[in-house]
Write a protein that binds this ligand. Structure first.
Ligand SMILES: NC(=O)c1ccc[n+]([C@@H]2O[C@H](COP(=O)([O-])OP(=O)(O)OC[C@H]3O[C@@H](n4cnc5c(N)ncnc54)[C@H](OP(=O)(O)O)[C@@H]3O)[C@@H](O)[C@H]2O)c1
Length: 272
């Protein structure tokens, strides 16, 4: 059922491409996928991705074709682009999904119509490798629309539905910005190994493989995160020495402050 729906992307950038790849990989018929982008070079790249993909330059034509329209454009141009799409001229009442950071449900309803089927999503960059997490909130969707939106974002990772839009700020700070925190941690580990004379290639493998292994263990283990941490720490051992130093430097407080700063920035951007 879901595989036959016509899905269109307004904006053919990184996020759209990741979802298009995910959907095709999961067996969605590429001839049922549409993408519109004003850039000739982006359209060329997308056309090469799959010959059956419908690549357009006109957003209104896309809107009149599809069952689901995904707004995958920058938040700064969201209102302009949305106001130039006239859904009154469109017979199919498409579900409108937005991945634009900070664009609220109210804004979408004001732009598209109070009765429209609206869904706001916060994905993250691991969607590029099918390991993302996308948090969704909806208005006016029926059961089959919810199944459809879940199907789309499950093609690039895991999907979580929430009911409190206010949580989106924290979601943005945790899972939206989150990959950057983990990359930074990996960079710190790699650098420490390099500084001790370990060749860069080996240092990188040690760091990245440790991150992959720890995530996989956290995912598969029955233990919670703190228990897993404690299982690495033997009394008087190396890990305990590291955590004694981190505690002395109040690392948890530093992280709390940083994540709160990201959350606050999301709140502020939402007011702009
Ligand atoms: N990247 C992330 O990690 C991430 C995570 C969560 C949410 N998001 C959100 O996802 C959205 C898309 O992000 P992205 O990284 O995919 O951005 P992106 O790579 O810049 O893609 C946006 C695309 O839209 C095109 N575009 C510009 N004006 C347009 C118009 N009038 N009609 C149709 N397309 C138009 C852009 O073309 P030009 O380049 O020629 O302007 C570009 O190809 C953003 O709102 C962002 O907040 C991103």
């Amino acid at each position: 059922m879901s595989e036959n729906k016509k899905i269109g992307f307004i904006g053919g950038g990184m996020v759209a491409e990741a979802i298009i790849r995910g959907l095709i990989l999961h067996g969605h018929d590429a001839s049922k996928l549409f993408v519109s982008d004003p850039s000739d070079s982006r359209r060329d790249i997308l056309s090469i991705l799959n010959k059956q993909l419908n690549v357009l330059s006109d957003n209104q034509s896309l809107a009149s074709e599809v069952d689901i329209m995904i707004m995958a454009i920058k938040p700064q141009i969201f209102s302009d682009v949305a106001s130039n799409i006239n859904l009154e001229q469109v017979a199919n009442n498409p579900m409108i999904i937005s991945v634009a950071a900070g664009i609220q449900m109210k804004t979408m309803k004001d732009l598209f119509g109070q009765d429209k089927k609206i869904c706001r999503v916060m994905p993250n960059t691991p969607c590029l490798v099918g390991r993302g997490v996308s948090t969704l909130i909806q208005s006016n969707l029926n059961e089959s629309d919810i199944v459809m939106a879940t199907y789309i974002f499950n093609s690039v990772g895991k999907t979580i539905w929430i009911q409190e839009e206010e949580w989106m700020h924290t979601v943005t700070a945790v899972s939206g910005s989150g990959p950057a925190y983990f990359f930074h941690m990996m960079h710190i580990l790699k650098n420490a190994a390099c500084k001790a004379g370990i060749p860069e290639e080996i240092a990188e493998t040690l760091s990245i493989q440790t991150a992959i292994g720890s995530s996989q263990l956290a995912l598969n283990s029955a233990d919670d995160l703190i228990t897993l941490k404690k299982k690495v720490m033997s009394p008087g051992g190396t890990t305990e020495a590291a955590f004694d130093s981190l505690e002395k430097n109040k690392l948890d407080d530093i992280w709390d402050e940083a994540i709160n700063a990201a959350r606050q920035r999301s709140v502020d951007l939402g007011k702009d």
